[in-house]
Design a binder for this molecule. Structure first.
Ligand code: NAD
Length: 355
């Protein structure tokens, strides 16, 4: 049986917003399609213990819009969308819930492809995929792309080095104090790469066992969550959740470079100006963290590794271009990236209109 599906009023600038629920398994999910100008929408499924349904709705809208930018600038031929499931992934997730979610994805009939995100995994996607072919990031099967996180971490790492080259005059990270906030799938993989390249690591996570692991394995210093912005550092790598760059945190930040995987790091667009005024280089999140969706796109579009590898390399050259253009024009890096996205979307819309 299909969960109960509510087509919600479409917010300005979006194409579709639905809410679906099934009482028996406890499913409550919002799915937002922001844009299909470049192709079918694609973006992961986040499961999170939101404070309210309204908070979940706000999050899915912000994340879906970010996916349009990320997929467009990465040249994937995919649009932007996202799904969130309201609930604690540790206690509320079940096979029935994931299968019910899969039925909702199937109801959208290929206009949106889902994958794992915070709170979901390739194993979860394998269950979702029993109900729909529009779930990717699988561990097995033709073109299976598996866990996107290592690819995301590699893209962030390469951009972080490029950023260091621009800011400190050298890509050599030896002795650079890098604070990694969030030691999940991406953060821990990034920590490993930074350690191998001689960075002086400071780590923070609300999960103490992950902090202990990074301290023991990679010689990192630990930092309590509430002290992150009071800590001296050269580079800040946010790899937990979004909204962490606020007026208050940016004012305190000692880092000269911000480069991390978390989506929607800027609490609002004006923060980019404050960051720039403080002489800090911010590498736009949706540009640097595209490795995972690039990997998943190979599965969606049934492409081999060459498709993925070419686009992964382009992340770093794009970030270099953005830094150069920002230096030349005085515009913020996010302004430059957003303008690139607007051009791509305009061209896609014109092409669609002409067809
Ligand atoms: P994850 O769930 O594996 O890890 C997130 C980590 O952040 C967890 O260990 C959690 O305990 C920690 N955390 C949460 N709140 C925190 C806080 N206040 N302070 C410190 N730590 C905190 O998620 P992930 O897959 O590693 O993704 C990390 C971020 O990168 C997310 O914002 C995600 O949307 C984004 N992202 C991930 C991918 C990917 O491929 N996984 C791709 C693009 C963007």
């Amino acid at each position: 049986m299909l969960p109960v599906i509510h087509e919600l009023p479409t917010p300005p600038g979006f194409e579709r917003l639905i809410f679906a629920e099934e009482k028996d398994c406890g499913l409550k999910t919002y799915i937002a399609i922001h844009s299909t100008a470049c192709g079918p929408a694609a973006g992961g499924c986040r499961m999170w213990n939101y404070d309210s349904d309204e908070a979940a709705k706000e999050d899915v809208l912000l994340l879906a819009k970010g996916m349009t930018s990320k997929n467009a600038i990465a040249g994937l031929g995919l649009g932007g969308g996202k799904s969130v499931i309201v609930g604690d992934p540790k206690t509320d997730k079940s096979e029935d819930l994931l299968r019910a979610f899969g039925k909702v994805i199937q109801y959208l009939n290929g206009s949106y492809f889902t994958a794992e995100d915070v709170g979901t995994s390739p194993e979860d996607m394998a269950i979702v995929a029993q109900e729909t072919p529009y779930a990717v990031g699988l561990n097995g099967g033709n073109f299976a792309s598996g866990d996107p996180s290592p690819f995301t971490a590699e893209g962030v790492f390469q951009c972080l080095k490029a950023g260091a080259g621009n800011v400190f005059g050298t890509e050599n990270l030896k002795g650079k104090r890098v604070l990694v906030q969030g030691l999940g799938h991406v953060g821990m993989s990034l920590v490993e790469k930074l350690h191998a390249n001689g960075a002086d690591l400071i780590v923070s996570d609300i999960n103490a066992s992950l902090v202990d692991h990074a301290v023991a394995e990679f010689g990192a210093k630990s930092c309590a969550s509430e002290n992150v912005f009071d800590t001296d550092m050269d580079i800040f790598a946010p790899c937990a959740l979004g909204g962490i760059l606020t007026h208050e945190t940016v004012e305190k930040l000692t880092a000269k470079l911000i480069c991390g995987a978390a989506n929607n790091q800027l609490a609002n667009p004006l923060i980019a100006d404050e960051i720039q005024k403080r002489g800090i280089t911010y590498l736009p999140d949706y540009v640097v963290n595209a490795g995972g969706i690039i990997n998943a796109a190979g599965e969606i579009l049934k492409q081999g590794n060459q498709y993925r590898d070419e686009r992964l390399k382009q992340i770093t050259s794009r970030i270099r271009d953005i830094m150069v253009l920002s230096d030349q024009t005085g515009k913020t890096t996010i302004q430059i990236a957003d303008e690139m996205v607007d051009d791509i979307l305009l061209q896609a819309t014109q092409k669609e209109g002409a067809a």
